[in-house]
Design a protein around this ligand. Structure first.
Ligand code: ZN
Length: 391
């Protein structure tokens, strides 16, 4: 199942085919159509998508104590990063992999284990749950648009989940690594405007937007505000990730657009990073002039992708996850992530969520792999979390 799921293309906003696959599997296992709901998150996100988030909500079954236990939700995101389109999963053996690993047969593509492995863990648990006589109330939740700033969960109709008390997200490497907090992220678009001129005939009348951007980035890099950032006791990261613009070598470029991000668990420090980026660009624009004394200008558009969160030591989902990991013979490890996760929007929206790995390795690269033993371990842990742990 996971092999099929990784082969289905489905970048952010194009999750239609993979959502349909999940829906078909559920319907094939006898789930009535009305138990499966899709929200309209994809119509509220900045980039319109094919489909919204997919929810399967099951009532509890069996003895009253189990049937009426608090509801739990298991979740994972359906989208993959663009490098995974065209993935051809193949299962191989290799040193250090007890049950082998999966990678894409085509060297130019990533595998898509991030996060089809998680989506498969959730689907496998849902299908196994349908065969059981007894289980607590359960919700299975497949989200969209995680990889482009946690947009799917941010706009999700969380009321469809039925007020879960425990929440488990599957996304990452080792299932023993329990992500109980993550940094917050801010994303900004920077438009740099210069003045166009003939690069051979009258370059002195031009103001190069490329030169402005270069000066700004160089300043950030030299002053320790680009990449890993440490100022006193405060930490964060920043990255200028894309730069586009220019039309020809014989024209002084009058516009480039850059996209950058800043992360820090401390929202004030994150804002300071953003301010440093904005100031560097504003300074570079003001000091880059043509012979007529015209300078460049910059404009910024940005917003918070997700706020940081931190689960308390006695958070019930965290404790349940630790119990489940121990029961499969693992050693649970509490972890704080410098990347955003669906849990970044679940938690502030009222559903504190712990995240477990599912065997992913080298995510977002062409080297991406799925560690099959870790994946199977995650499937076992997920069943415990769905049916037993934390009661
Ligand atoms: Zn992911």
């Amino acid at each position: 199942m996971v092999m099929e799921m990784m082969a289905i293309p489905g970048i952010s906003c194009e999750e239609g085919r993979i959502a349909e696959y999940v829906r078909k599997q559920l319907r094939g296992a006898g789930v009535p159509a009305e138990a499966i709901k899709m929200d309209r998150a994809h119509q509220k996100t900045p980039t319109t998508g094919d489909v919204g988030n997919l929810v399967l909500k099951l009532p509890g079954r069996g003895a009253p104590a189990v049937r009426r236990a608090p509801r739990r939700v298991l979740m994972a995101h359906l989208d993959t990063v663009p490098i995974c389109v065209g993935s051809r999963p193949v299962w191989k053996q290799g040193p250090g992999f007890a049950e082998g690993y999966v990678e894409s047969a085509s060297p130019q593509t990533g595998l898509g284990a991030d996060d089809r492995a998680g989506a498969a863990v959730v689907l496998d648990t849902a299908l196994a749950t349908l065969r059981r006589e007894e289980h607590p109330p359960l919700t299975f939740f497949w989200t969209v648009q995680e990889e482009i700033g946690i947009q799917g969960v941010r706009q999700a109709s969380l009321g469809l989940l039925g007020r879960p008390r425990l929440a488990f997200n599957f996304d990452g490497g080792s299932p023993c690594k329990l992500t109980r907090g993550a940094t917050g992220g801010y994303r900004l678009t920077i438009d740099v405007h210069g003045v166009a001129a003939h690069a051979g005939g009258a370059p002195e009348f031009g103001v190069s937007a490329i030169a402005i951007a270069s000066l700004a980035i160089a300043e950030l890099q030299q002053n320790g505000w680009h990449g890993a950032i440490r100022k006193g006791r405060q930490q964060g990261t920043s990255n200028v990730g894309t730069i586009e613009g220019g039309a020809a070598t014989n024209v002084v470029t009058d516009h480039v657009r850059l996209r950058a991000e800043a992360r820090s668990p401390d929202s004030k420090f994150r804002q300071r990073i953003v301010t440093q980026i904005e100031k560097a660009f504003a300074r570079a624009a003001a000091t880059t002039k043509n012979v007529a004394g015209q300078s460049g200008r910059v404009s910024f558009e940005g917003g918070l992708d997700y706020e940081s969160f931190y689960l308390e030591d006695d958070d019930p989902s965290l404790l349940a996850a630790e119990e489940a990991v121990r029961r499969v013979g693992g050693q649970p490890l509490r972890f704080f992530s410098n990347g955003g996760l669906d849990a970044n929007w679940m938690t502030p929206r009222g559903i504190p969520t712990v995240t477990l790995g599912c065997g992913q390795l080298y995510q977002h690269t062409t080297e991406e792999r799925l560690d099959v033993a870790r994946f199977h371990e995650a499937c076992q842990i997920a069943r415990l979390l769905a049916w037993e742990a934390g009661t």
